[in-house]
Design a protein around this ligand. Structure first.
Ligand code: FBP
Length: 262
């Protein structure tokens, strides 16, 4: 972990990462109800909102669309990824180098580690190379720390999420992105396990405005430093309205109720 409070992907110590790598991870199914979002430019537009500190995409989307947004959006390049077509034990192919990420303007890199997978050893070795290369460029490293695989019966139970944040700290991530462990108390313990490393919550499938904002409020109260979210923002008819509310809950530490009433 390096100090990243001065990094361009951090605002007042917090981050709101807008993720749009779902076309690879889940396939086009996530766009069924919002077909206009198949055009990555629409989500880059959303990422120009002041609340968003970085947009996380895969290499192909970055190459094609980031040049038009480089003045208004910070790029978090996801270095590995897997499709939903892969039926094996959880794994993620490294599809971009840190050198290339830096060359195309990334402000940070992202990497998935499936702790507990039968492929954990190789994934951690790949993470080592990415983390050390990122240090050469002073690029913060965000770990999608997602324990899953044969041995993991419940990938969101409190002890699993605490292990996920600790694993990210020990391996040298600067931010760990983890699933919500179901309660504020469990999230607080996961944050404690991360030491001084920042923890952000992974968004998950779309829920109501109130449910989502209340969960974010709990996560911020628990000491987490923001969010890395996809569907809960860009699957909404009006992502800007939700981002206005998230800006209040994350950076101003307002309640979900106050943010919805504003
Ligand atoms: P969401 O907020 O839509 O859940 O996106 C966050 C994210 O980590 C994406 O970066 C990724 O595509 C997706 O979730 C992976 O989710 P999962 O592996 O749980 O299906």
């Amino acid at each position: 972990m390096i100090p990243i409070d001065d990094s361009s992907i951090v605002r007042d110590g917090k981050s709101l990462i807008l993720a749009m790598d779902h076309g690879l991870e889940h396939g086009p199914v996530d766009f069924t109800d919002v077909p206009q979002k198949l055009d990555p430019a629409t989500v880059f537009e959303t990422a120009t909102h002041d609340a968003v500190t970085a947009m996380a995409v895969q290499k192909g989307i970055a190459e094609g669309y980031y040049p038009s947004y480089e003045d208004d959006v910070e790029l978090l390049l996801k270095i590995n990824g897997t499709s939903n077509l892969w039926m094996g034990e959880p794994d993620s192919a490294v599809n971009c180098s840190v050198d290339y990420a830096a060359e195309i303007g990334a402000s940070a890199v992202g990497f998935t580690v499936y702790g507990g997978s039968n492929h954990e050893i190789e994934m951690v070795e790949e993470f080592r190379d990415v983390q050390e290369a990122a240090r050469e460029y002073d690029l913060p490293v965000v770990m999608w720390s997602y324990p899953r695989g044969q041995g993991i019966k419940n990938d969101t139970k409190p002890s699993t999420i605490s292990y996920a944040t600790r694993l990210a700290l020990e391996l040298g991530a600067d931010i760990a992105k983890v699933k919500y462990p179901g309660s504020k108390e469990a999230m607080a313990h996961a944050v404690d396990c991360a030491g001084d490393m920042k923890v952000v919550m992974s968004g998950g499938s779309k829920t109501s405005d109130y449910e989502f904002l209340s969960t974010v409020e709990a996560v911020i109260d628990a000491g987490a430093k923001g969010l890395a979210v996809g569907r809960n923002v860009w699957q909404r008819e009006d992502p800007t309205q939700l981002l206005d509310a998230l800006e209040m809950v994350i950076y101003e530490e307002e309640t979900a109720d106050a943010a919805l009433e504003a």
